[in-house]
Design a protein around this ligand. Structure first.
Ligand SMILES: [Zn+2]
Length: 383
């Protein structure tokens, strides 16, 4: 798909800027024209945390003309394990201010705008509307849906990233050219534990944040092929990357031709709170199996993981087959379906897809096979 440069006419570079950005100018795809586009562009990053750190630092270094930072939190010592934009001397101070100071140290040629507020229904369209491109560095579902909805309503590209333990995901949602976040997740399927509860490998932020910063630069300058319509799934332990095609949902409440939702929601917290009923615990699953209940247990991991270890009597249907539609063709609608994956993230995505296709009797296993191994069958051994 051809996507023209987000910024057409750039801003002329000074002699100092020509020297500073010489390694970009040497790239024929970027050259002076691309660098001028970067200078003209305005990018906002919501969250100056794990993902926001590499995103903001690299985009500042790259010469994005105006960088907006939305964050109302303060720096905590437990942030320093991954939020490399902050330093020990900033503990207790505003994250947005700390991030601004760091990136102006990297590049004083750029403008930095601090929004020391919580993004909300009342300010989202106003704040995000001031920028060309929106980057998500947050870690909660309510804000994610708010950003997505605002991006669709404003017609702006939304560069999304997410991290959990050793797993990361990224995509670019842009309703002019592909799906929005709601096309992928019509409803938040699970209340995923935050980094505080679940833990996260610090350097994972750099892997996913670098993808987000790269996509922003590609979109602004019009080079390469942005990951619009693709979901990138990265696992740090296996060093595996998957790139799965995702399609626009013709029935999406927000970005379809006949949207049911034409503005922001009143309460994003409430929208995200109603998801627990879709989960079952590993103890319930054990009861179901022991009592001979009639249901189909579906493993949505990759074949090699299924070979390594599996819950007895489960059927393998990798997540990709849900996106491609093969899973839908072979899954009965009249039978109870229970999905699981490694930790509960991929199964939540599969659950979303089934529910969006009208499946009603489907749930997924909270915590995935890791929880099953921890609580039910430790002899299987975790991986
Ligand atoms: Zn959509």
């Amino acid at each position: 798909m051809e996507i023209p440069p987000l910024v057409e006419d750039g801003t002329a570079l000074s002699a100092e800027e020509l020297r500073r950005y010489s390694r970009h100018l040497a790239l024929p795809d970027i050259s002076t024209k691309g660098q001028e586009r970067l200078k003209k562009s305005k990018v906002v990053c919501i969250g100056a945390g794990g993902l926001g750190s590499p995103v903001l630092m690299y985009l500042a270094a790259a010469g994005i003309g105006t960088l907006g930072i939305v964050d109302f939190d303060v720096v905590d010592e437990t942030n320093l394990q991954r939020q490399v934009i902050h330093s020990e001397s900033e503990i207790g101070k505003s994250k947005a201010e700390s991030a601004r100071n760091s990136i102006l140290e990297i590049n004083s040629f750029i403008n930095v705008v601090v929004h020391n507020v919580e993004l909300s229904k009342s300010n989202a369209l106003d704040i995000l509307g001031q920028y060309d491109l929106i980057i998500d560095g947050t870690d909660n579902f309510a804000t994610r849906y708010l950003i997505n909805d605002a991006a669709v309503l404003l017609g702006k590209p939304y560069v999304w990233g997410s991290i959990y333990r050793f797993d990361g995901q990224a995509s670019v949602f842009w309703s002019d050219y592909g799906p929005c976040y709601r096309c992928l997740h019509p409803k938040p399927a699970i209340d995923v534990a935050s980094c505080a509860e679940a833990g996260v490998l610090g350097v994972l932020c750099a892997s996913i944040g670098a993808i987000q910063a790269t996509e922003a630069i590609k979109i602004i300058t019009g080079i390469g092929t942005p990951i619009v319509g693709n979901l990138i799934i990265y696992n740090a332990l296996n060093t595996s990357f998957e790139k799965i095609q995702i399609k626009k949902d013709p029935h999406c409440v927000l970005c379809s031709d006949n949207p049911q939702q034409v503005g922001l929601l009143d309460d994003y917290e409430a929208f995200c709170a109603s998801t627990i009923e879709d989960e079952i615990s590993v103890y319930e699953l054990k009861d179901f199996i022991e009592n001979g209940r009639d249901f189909l247990l579906v493993d949505v991991r990759q074949p090699y993981e299924y070979e390594l270890v599996r819950i007895p009597d489960s059927h393998l249907m990798p997540l990709s087959s849900f996106f491609e539609g093969r899973a839908l063709a072979s899954l009965p609608r009249e039978r109870e379906i229970i999905l699981y994956c490694k930790a509960g993230i991929r199964s939540a995505t599969a659950l979303d897809i089934l529910k969006s296709q009208g499946y009603t009797n489907v749930r997924h296993v909270e915590g995935g096979i890791l929880s099953w191994i921890a609580h039910i069958q430790p002899e299987l051994g975790a991986y």
